[in-house]
Design a protein around this ligand. Sequence first.
Ligand code: SUG
Length: 443
Amino acid sequence: MITYEANFDGLVGPSHNYAGLSLGNIASTTNKNLASNPKNAAIQGLEKMKFLADTGYIQGILAPHLRPNLQVLRQLGFSGSDKQVLKQANRYNKNLVAACYSASNMWVANAATVSPSADTSDGKVHFTPANLASNFHRSIETNATAKLLKLLFQNDNYFVHHDPLPNGGYFDDEGAANHTRLCNNYKDSGVEIFVYGRCAFDRSNTQPKKFPARQTFEAAEAIARNHKLNPKKVIFLQQNSNAIDKGVFHNDVISVGNKELLFCHEHSYKNQQQSIKDIRHCFDNSLKVIQVPNSEVSLDDALNSYLFNSQLLEHNNKHRLLVPLECKTNNKVWKYLNKLVDDASIIDDVIVKDLKQSMNNGGGPACLRLRIVLTEQELQACNTNCLFSNELYQKLLSWINKHYRDRLVPKDLLDENLITEIYTALDELTQILDLGDFYSFQK
Ligand code: SUG
């Protein structure tokens, strides 16, 4: 049976803006209040999807969530017309309005953790939407994500949807950004690696000092249990807390794995050498590890370039890396990448894509995609209108050009016209993607 690794990318929403909402994400805090360009952001993402689809990879699309999230503002006691709600909330706290407008749901690597049917004891694909409990603006994504995944992967014969984990600090979960799957072939059972930043029940466990550790060990364990994974094929590794304090807020900013290859920085994990040994022990001799030494690419260079947030793709039994443009403009990283392609027989191609609009908020190529390994039958069982095609590309491109602004600054979030523009755009999108009345204003 043919089995694919499909990449579902988040389509950037029309309210993409820079609000400095994520403590510990250096790009987000540095670029606070910068003018954003939602149109370019969406087109940059769409061009990445097109490239991958044209190259032969299975590419899907996840629709943006409804923003502003006025329902949350009403829940918090702001009332009246939409305009009045926004005005009152803005008087109360500007960050609250920005949070309700955030297009952060574009980074779908944080949407959910997905285990392929080859790894689960009931032979079904398991989904757990992330609670994203560490940041308010991200925590309000969970319900819409759960609804969207259920809509796209509806067939009970193939798909199991779990509830998000409970809030309250013990089970903070950031989804696939802290989850890596290694396997020999996609159809074979694999090793699932869960990376966490802190143990909630063991306060003596090392914690970062400056920035929050967003994922807990307890959340990772709960997902592995729910997904009915074979305990012998699951590994829990702790992130290096100094790296979190430098700005490594998710594991996918410092390591990426696919098939039999793990590409990581030497400061990815708490006990790096033991962690690699554990993976080797759990996987088999075919495991390949490229560990990048700090002397060649420092943590700062890794963070500035987002080298490890590349998409690591299978290519003719080898691998290729789709890297953000920032890897090319960083001399050390670019030199390293050229050496990697020249020297070894593991990576044979590097593709550069401009994703500057997303990068300014700390979201690189790998943040924009949720990987879902699917058999041919499972792929046919999902909502195929959300799978990429040239026709869909053309439709989405003209939809973006028609509806998106090319500049947003904080004061624009109070412009009532923006709400109307967004509703009109999203209404049309549900027709393009055949999502029915997905958004609450359509009821
Ligand atoms: O959660 N940025 C996101 C970036 C997520 C990147 N995803 C992965 N690494 N998988 C975050 O920090 C910034 C929003 C703002 O400041 O406007 C933001 O939410």
